[in-house]
Structures are given as structure tokens and as C-alpha cells.
Design a protein around this ligand. Structure first.
Ligand SMILES: Nc1ncnc2c1ncn2[C@@H]1O[C@H](COP(=O)(O)OP(=O)(O)OP(=O)(O)O)[C@@H](O)[C@H]1O
Ligand SMILES: [Mg+2]
Length: 249
């Protein structure tokens, strides 16, 4: 059975997609059979991995365990498949809402994929949504990128409250800092000052690095295109920590 790892945050633009692409790529590089399911209708992860479909399955097909695999696409990389998104999937929230099992549908659909992969990484749109709740329930590990700012921190606590309200196990959350600019005191001191308040915060951080923004230039994960760059090395260290966390579960 595949382990399910989701990148999730209430706040947008915090590095979910950049992180899921690089972390899933690192798992594939280790020889794991990996699927990246792009559940964000922006389709950025699908685009980064050059896996945008000519014609994507309809939402109805995507939301059934027996037909979800119809949408699978290979990436350019060994061991890494993609279940791409499509702009039309913005309607998924409404389609889900009409299902009897609206809050658990994605978990059920994942059953149709779990035997074929070692790991399934999920990219999500930002916000507290029904789709988000589905992912929060289905995932074994929910990784939350935090930019070291007050607003990002605030949304972390909103997420924790939300999990409590929805009765979703909080133990599956882990956070990491991203877009860290060590020239700024707020960024430099964030981990030390917040590690007690946010015990789920991993001590590994991703720096602010233009090379990550440039991933769109060649649509190739940074960890492949610039493996020796400090930002790629930071992703590798984060990946190792996540891998350890998963083994302890
Ligand atoms: N470590 C980083 N250093 C510099 N730029 C970064 C870094 N991580 C991500 N970015 C850039 O920041 C922007 C937002 O990143 P990304 O799309 O990964 O965030 P997101 O959380 O997935 O956003 P959304 O909520 O819209 O899905 C992108 O332009 C991306 O290239
Ligand atoms: Mg994104």
C-alpha cells in the first residue's frame, strides 16, 4: 500500500507546488515508485513535470477508484508518474459536495491507486475547503510549508483549529520553513523562537532561492536540474527528515 503524503496550507503561494515536485522527484530518484497527484486546478505541478494531458478524464471518472487510473501519465523521469490536473477540475469542490461520502471520497479513490505505487504525493490548492478536508483525512502525512512570517504562522494555527473542528487526527501534521531569507532577523530567528509553540516544525528549511523560481524555465525539478545547488541540497535534507518521519509511523 502506498504511503500518502500531501503538501497543504491554508495560505497560498507558500511553496507547496515547488516542494511537492522536488520532494516527489527525490523519492523517485531513490528508486521508489512514485505518483504525484495534482489536485490543484492551477495545474502547476503537472506543468512543471511536463505532464499536462491533451484530454483529461472527466471529474466523475477521476473521483472513482475503478476509473481514476485512466488519467495517469508518465513524467520525463524514471519512477515518477503524474495524475495531472486540468482547469476544468475547479468544479471538483461542487461535484464532491454532491457525493454521499463527500468528506471521504479522495481516500476511497486512492484505494484504486495505492497498490501500484510506493508513495503518492498530493499537491493541493490553498484554503480550507471540502477537497482540502478530503486530503487531510486521506493523507498519512500532511506537510505544511511555512514562510517565516506572522501571517503564515497564523494560518498554521487556523489549520490546527480546523483539524480539531473536523475531528481529523492532528498527529499527521508536520511543518517546514521555506523561502527563508537569512538576512532578515524574523526569518533567522523564526525556528528558534517558534519550535516550542510549533513542535511539528522540522528543523530543516528551504532557502529563498531564485533557482527554485526558475524551475519553470526548463520544467525540470530543481533537485534534478541543479542537484548541487544549496537549495536542492536543502530539499534533500528535508526529504531525508520526512522519510525518517514516515518510517517511524
Ligand atoms: N524556496 C523558494 N525560493 C524562491 N522562490 C520560491 C521558493 N519556493 C517557491 N518559490 C516561488 O514562489 C512562488 C509560489 O510558489 P508555489 O507555487 O510553489 O506556492 P504554492 O503554495 O504552491 O502556491 P498556491 O497556493 O498558489 O498553489 C512561485 O513563483 C515559486 O517559483
Ligand atoms: Mg501550488
Amino acid at each position: 500500500m502506498a504511503q500518502i503524503i500531501a503538501l497543504y496550507s491554508v495560505k497560498g503561494g507558500v511553496g507547496k507546488t515547488a516542494s511537492v515536485v522536488n520532494l516527489a522527484a527525490l523519492s523517485a530518484l531513490q528508486g521508489r515508485k512514485v505518483l504525484l497527484w495534482d489536485l490543484d486546478p492551477q495545474g502547476a505541478a503537472s506543468w512543471y513535470l511536463q505532464a499536462e494531458p491533451a484530454s483529461a478524464p472527466k471529474i466523475g471518472q477521476l473521483l472513482k477508484a475503478k476509473s481514476v487510473a485512466l488519467g495517469l501519465r508518465p513524467s520525463q523521469h524514471r519512477n515518477l508518474s503524474v495524475l495531472p490536473s486540468d482547469q476544468r477540475y475547479h468544479a471538483m469542490e461542487h461535484v464532491l459536495a454532491e457525493k454521499k461520502d463527500a468528506g471521504f471520497r479522495i481516500a476511497k479513490v486512492l484505494d484504486g491507486l495505492a497498490d501500484d505505487f510506493d508513495e503518492i504525493w498530493i499537491d493541493t490548492p490553498p484554503g480550507l475547503t471540502l477537497l482540502g478536508d478530503n486530503v487531510l483525512r486521506a493523507a498519512d502525512l500532511v506537510l505544511v510549508p511555512l514562510v517565516p512570517t506572522h501571517l503564515s504562522e497564523r494560518t498554521w494555527f487556523q489549520l490546527k483549529t480546523h483539524l480539531g473542528n473536523e475531528k481529523i487526527k492532528p498527529g499527521k501534521l508536520a511543518a517546514f520553513l521555506t523561502m527563508v531569507d537569512r538576512r532578515r532577523a524574523l526569518h533567522r530567528d523564526f525556528y528558534t523562537e517558534k519550535k516550542i509553540e510549533i513542535p511539528e516544525l522540522l528543523p530543516h528549511e528551504i532557502p529563498y532561492a531564485a533557482i527554485i523560481e526558475q524551475m519553470g524555465d526548463d520544467q525540470n525539478p530543481t533537485v534534478f536540474a541543479h542537484a548541487k545547488h544549496p537549495a536542492a541540497q536543502a530539499y534533500f535534507q528535508l526529504w531525508q527528515a520526512i522519510d525518517q518521519t514516515m518510517k517511524q509511523r
